[in-house]
Design a binder for this molecule. Structure first.
Ligand code: ATP
Length: 444
């Protein structure tokens, strides 16, 4: 337990020091559970969302994307049931005044001090605000607590615009807001967060096939596109009693986070078979027809939906944890973030061996800059610079030395194997292209 708590502390301090994640408003003491992504963090986060978008939208002819408003029409939440039902059971400790979500507690006494707990009361999770100048009831609107609901509300428009036939999906990445009762574990649970969601619509007879398909497809995204170690991931099928009354199946993809409860796994993403519940609810609330003609069977149907719903922040935290290594190198301990090259915020560092070589080395940087995020690092010993770039997870360090002036060659060092190859500056772009596509092992 000690080691795992230490790991979280190390990740949090490294995140701040290197510029992955800062606490929001830190100079004023910090706003609890609000986080700002720094220069390296924003690159890593974009790499995650772009990999997801490429996999789920751009590479498929059967999925389209949308980007809908955060402040959503209140009737959307009325119809979906959020206004009535989206709350968590809140309990207070009568002794130490700590607050908990009752469904997260194992016993019926305070886990902090053993004190007596109050009866649970429902705590609404939606953030409320006002639209326009008047702050009265008629102006109340809500920040969306999930990105998917607008997909259902816009279903008919999207079908008309795209002429998509069943089966097909609609995807969205965006911010969601939940006024969580307790927030902890860094960016794992926050009140403002980002989701990557996809609703896949199919004929009601075909949900089982698509449900199984998307479970496998989503699991392999984590291992193949993000390079997460398989032994740290698992699928957890929800038991019957956990399922919402309308759902016919739900499976979570979980990662072995160093803090989470039962067996140490925490949810990254849920894949749920939600039947026609959401479309029917929006249809009933709006009085609009959200059925579709299934061209294959000739039937008019309210499609069934298989949803894949993941969190960007949780994926980000997992990527950092999975990449973090401490290793002995030449009698020294190096900290290295072994990001998959797809994820690395910076792909290459150009390092002149001496300051005298800076001007010539900068020309090497200029070759790479149009194609990849690169850094130029001239301060400190070469060993220090290697360590610095290992810590930020840069896969390739490119050293320009005195021989480079003569032979027009540079040395590429691989972050993980520490192997080096010498390549001509003329062919550097092509070699980098090969490395980025296939990795070091394939290149050799
Ligand atoms: P939990 O049980 O952990 O509260 P949930 O089952 O309510 O999660 P969903 O409503 O299924 O979560 O949301 C889909 C995904 O959105 C989750 O798998 C998670 O990655 C992300 N997510 C949900 N709530 C939060 C939050 N408060 N902070 C960060 N990410 C979140």
């Amino acid at each position: 337990m000690q080691a795992t708590e230490d790991l979280m502390k190390k990740i949090m301090s490294l995140s701040k020091r290197l510029g992955f994640v800062y606490q929001s408003g830190e100079i004023y003491g910090g706003l609890q559970s609000a986080w700002d992504y720094g220069p390296l963090g924003v690159e890593l986060k974009r790499n995650i969302t772009e990999l997801w978008w490429n996999e789920m939208v751009r590479s498929r002819s059967d999925v389209v994307g949308v980007d809908t408003a955060i402040i959503t029409h209140t009737d959307v939440w009325r119809s979906s049931g959020h206004l009535k039902n989206f709350h968590d059971p809140l309990v207070d400790c009568r002794e130490c005044r700590s607050r908990f979500r009752q469904d997260h507690l194992e016993g019926d006494r305070c886990p902090e001090c053993g004190g007596e707990l109050t009866e649970p009361r429902n705590f609404g999770l939606m953030f409320k605000t006002f639209m326009g100048p008047l702050e009265d009831d008629s102006a109340v609107v809500y920040l969306r607590p999930e990105t998917c609901q607008s997909i259902f509300a816009q279903f008919q428009n999207i079908v008309t615009s795209t002429r998509k036939a069943l089966p097909f999906g609609i995807a969205q990445i965006g911010k969601a807001f939940r006024n969580e009762i307790t927030v902890r574990n860094f960016i794992f649970r926050s009140r403002e967060f980002e989701q990557m969601e996809m609703e896949f619509f199919c004929n009601p007879d075909q949900w089982e096939k698509w449900y199984e398909y998307w479970i496998q497809k989503r699991f392999s995204w984590y291992t193949d596109a993000l390079g997460i170690r398989k032994e740290n991931l698992r699928l957890r099928k929800h038991e019957e009693k956990e399922l919402a009354h309308y759902a016919t199946g739900c499976t979570d993809i979980e990662y072995r986070f160093p803090f989470s409860g039962e067996e140490g796994y925490g949810e990254l993403e849920g894949i749920a078979s939600r039947t026609d519940y959401d479309l029917s609810a929006q249809m009933q609330g709006s009085g609009k027809d959200l059925t579709i003609l299934d061209r294959e069977t000739g039937q008019k149907v309210t499609p069934f939906v298989v949803e894949t719903s993941g969190g960007v922040g949780r994926t980000f935290l997992m990527v950092l944890l999975d990449a973090y290594h401490e290793e002995e190198v030449a009698g020294d301990t190096r900290v290295v973030l072994k990001f998959h090259r797809n994820l690395a915020p910076v792909k290459a560092a150009v390092l002149p061996l001496s300051k005298k070589l800076a001007e010539e080395a900068q020309k090497v940087e200029e070759i790479l800059r149009p194609h990849w995020p690169v850094v130029f690092d001239v301060t400190g010993s070469i060993g220090k610079r290697y360590r610095r770039n290992d810590e930020t997870g840069t896969p390739y360090c490119i050293t320009f030395d005195f021989d480079s002036l003569e032979d027009r060659m540079v040395t590429i060092r691989d972050r993980d194997t520490l192997q080096q190859i010498r390549v001509g500056i003329d062919s550097l772009e092509e070699v980098m292209r090969g490395l980025m596509a296939n990795g070091w092992e394939e290149q050799e």
